[in-house]
Ligand binder design. Structure first.
Ligand SMILES: [Zn+2]
Length: 194
């Protein structure tokens, strides 16, 4: 590409835009730039291509992404601060999100060899309907599914429990292959100001 940009949009901002986490007051100017600038819109397209196959689930402002390992590496390279949790089937974790964290990355492991289609069910204990994300991307060799809850939403949440269930879907119906429990607490405020 020969087109250049005098003032390219930062990669971190592009990722935030793609994650729909740009503050509303900045969005119009950013979109204007992207619309007018072939250089930056091409970079955004590259980012989207990298995230191909990403599944999102949105309900009542609750958004989660299932992404590839490559997408997380790109987030890390771009300097985003990530808080990672790793769980095996049947495990639970006490988790949180810091005010400075750009994202929480939940890596859940499962035996995925031979799985053709994988669904993820998200169930919170706050009386909301379960969300079922169908046909999520996964890498059978890594035996890992990576879930990123929307940071802006999570930062506003009180203590709650989120259960994730992985379900292999085959010709004979659903086969549960793991449950993972996230006991979330909001982060305690830091010490006195000053
Ligand atoms: Zn530009």
């Amino acid at each position: 590409m020969t087109v250049t940009c005098a003032n390219p949009i930062g990669y971190e901002t592009l990722v935030a835009y793609w994650l729909n986490e740009v503050p509303p007051q900045d969005e119009a100017a950013l979109e204007e730039h992207l619309f007018a600038c072939a250089h930056c819109s091409a970079r955004l397209e590259q980012l989207a291509a990298l995230a191909a196959g990403v599944r999102t689930a949105a309900e009542n402002g609750r958004v989660s992404l299932v992404v590839s390992g490559g997408f997380v590496e790109a987030m890390q390279r771009s300097g985003l601060r990530l808080r990672e949790y790793r769980l095996g089937p049947g495990e639970s974790v006490n988790c949180t999100i810091g005010a400075d964290d750009h994202a929480v990355v939940s890596r859940i492991r499962a035996p995925l060899a031979g799985v053709k289609r994988l669904d993820l069910v998200l169930a919170s204990d706050r009386g909301e309907q379960e969300q079922r994300m169908a046909d999520i991307p996964f890498d059978a060799a890594s035996g890992e599914v990576i879930v990123i809850p929307q940071a802006a939403w999570l930062k506003n949440m009180p203590a709650f429990t989120m259960r994730m269930r992985l379900i292999a879907v085959g010709e004979r119906g659903d086969a549960p292959i793991g449950e993972y429990v996230f006991d979330h607490s909001p982060q305690q405020g830091s010490a006195a100001p000053g």
